[in-house]
Design a protein around this ligand. Sequence first.
Ligand code: BGC
Ligand code: CA
Length: 383
Amino acid sequence: MKKLRASSKVGHNSKIGHNSQMGQNSKMGHNSKMGHGLWMGHDLNIGGRSAGKCLLALGLTCALSLGLVSCGQKDAAKTDTLKIGLTVYDDSDTFLSQITEEIRSRAKEDSGPMKITVSAKGADGSQRTQDEQVEELIASGCNILFVNLVDRTDPSNIIDLARDNNVPIIFYNRELVKEDLMQWDKLYYVGAKAGQSAELQGQEIAAYIAAHPEVDSNGDGKIQYVMLKGEPGHQDAIIRSEKVVETLLAEGVELDKLSYEVANWSRAQAENRTSQLISEYHGQIELLISNNDDMALGAMDAYDQSNMTQNGRPAIFGIDGTKETLEAIRAGKVQGTVMNDATGQADAMMDLAERIFQGKDLSKLPLLNGKYIYIDYTIPQEN
Ligand code: BGC
Ligand code: CA
């Protein structure tokens, strides 16, 4: 197989350190995962390209000799098995774990005359680890890759590897820029439109406030709110944060922003940040808007830990529609969410992968510009 070439852009990773959205945020340093990403950028700058390349090659050799690879040994003559190699930015992410599970169960269902295997890896928030994983997955004979990028601005190594070995990639959830997706005709993206989730979240919140005027607990006609944001630089964090406010204003809700915190999609980080907000603002927070469900649950945990009475709690809204959040809504601890359709996204990826593998016409699929599939968000009945 072809490995990363001398011309490959390992040094390119240094972009992580300079990336305006990522580098700018002083809070990133506290996040161990992203901190690792920053460190990697610097390391590669110091060590130079060849050092990065050697490490990568060494990593691959070790992986092969330890038998860590799991797509099955490459056998050019045998193409009756669809071997999916999947790598996800962090396998502890709740929503993405749901997608992986859905992919596994679809693969099981569809395994018949066509055999399907899935080998999945988590990149622990390191783009370099993910680049190595892609190299291993290709070396072990995977014929389609599902890639959830760590750094959505840095797919170049992965694209080079896939193109050199003629292995199509379906990127998902963390959307790369169009120019990168256009680099080769066997690159695709499956995801959802962040703006749509924010509009639905905004409409839900407006409807909830209209039905529950007591949300404005100090009665000043404005809603004092805080926001919990996902990873800086992630399209969903950026767009959801802007658009939900726009929607609320368009719905005629008067807003008074108290603060925002970055909690990187994480329940634990959200609990920690919300505890700080509670001690800073006491009972003043009337609405807590979260970019995803796990952070909404973290906020709920923080209120559970505080000695705040039910009256002193804000209305809490997330996005994703995870099982645990739907339960929390039924229990009255979270007020609403938006369904991010993990099943629909996994199905779209599998439909696309199977058709590509079998050489079937892709025009039957809802592909935008021959490249993109976006699955709609919906409002769950629990709200
Ligand atoms: C989801 C988050 C998830 C993130 C990971 C978003 O679309 O709403 O829950 O953590 O993707 O990339
Ligand atoms: Ca108020």
